[in-house]
Design a protein around this ligand. Sequence first.
Ligand SMILES: Cc1cc2nc3c(=O)[nH]c(=O)nc-3n(C[C@H](O)[C@H](O)[C@H](O)COP(=O)(O)OP(=O)(O)OC[C@H]3O[C@@H](n4cnc5c(N)ncnc54)[C@H](O)[C@@H]3O)c2cc1C
Length: 270
Amino acid sequence: MNLNTIVEVKRPGSVEEVDWRDGHAWLAGGTWLFSEPQIATDTLVDLERLGWPALTATPAGLEIAATCRIVELHDFEGPPEWRAVPLFRQCIDAFLMSFKIWNAATVGGNLCMSLPAGAMISLTAALEGVCTLWPRGGEPRNVPVVDFVTGNHRNVLQKGELLRSIHLPASALARRTAMRQVSLTHLGRSAALIIATVGADGTDFLLTISAATPRPVHLRFAKTPSAVELCEAIDERLPADAWFEDVHGSAPYKRHVTRYLAEQIRAELA
Ligand SMILES: Cc1cc2nc3c(=O)[nH]c(=O)nc-3n(C[C@H](O)[C@H](O)[C@H](O)COP(=O)(O)OP(=O)(O)OC[C@H]3O[C@@H](n4cnc5c(N)ncnc54)[C@H](O)[C@@H]3O)c2cc1C
């Protein structure tokens, strides 16, 4: 849609050129920004000309630029020891997307939207991603993805702060993974997106619950838990009021499908 409050679009070649003030908004793929009126915004600051390489693989892991497009992440082929790479496509397929969103939306934009059904949040939280944030006029800081999102459409970004990249450590990329997703309607927004990862020897089992809760939740076990242990841990960590209730599913429904799907992926990885 036309944003009739916008009077200027800046296309800086470096972040230092930006003199941030109220009314500015970072523009990534624009798929959300251009989907509804932005009454409080008069200036868009386009991130595209910053020219950050989309994906940088090193022995330490994978650096995903905030400006990496969903389609670029989808096409990534990792080294064979990164057994978790197929999870990229599984999560991307869970993302309710038109052709336009597929080609324009960015990984960083998805994190910064901080919606419960943000499939890139689910993916990068499950793979123990760490965000690098560039505050205005301060030193860069690192925040784990699981702590970056603090609620529905809420995160730790301060005014004008920029998400620069997400680092996925090689240790997490080498783990075995299993994922399940469910929506109330065919191709609907996720009601639950559940991922588990585990070390090759069955130790260090990490369950990531997302979409069913306002923010991603980690449950960590020294080794793959039993069905009962897993169910008890979910109930202990997530009381009745901890589930995200919206038109895509009631809280009791989301609790039910989370427990059901978590058991499926536990059994798959056991
Ligand atoms: C039809 C439709 C369906 C959608 N379905 C889903 C869905 O299922 N799940 C979901 O999560 N979202 C969904 N969205 C919302 C949105 O399209 C996605 O979240 C998308 O990934 C946003 O990425 P973008 O690059 O287009 O962000 P933009 O629209 O460019 O920006 C989104 C917000 O993040 C800020 N921002 C962007 N990049 C940065 C950065 N690097 N640092 C700081 N702030 C930044 C912007 O200022 C803006 O506030 C949907 C949107 C539409 C229109």
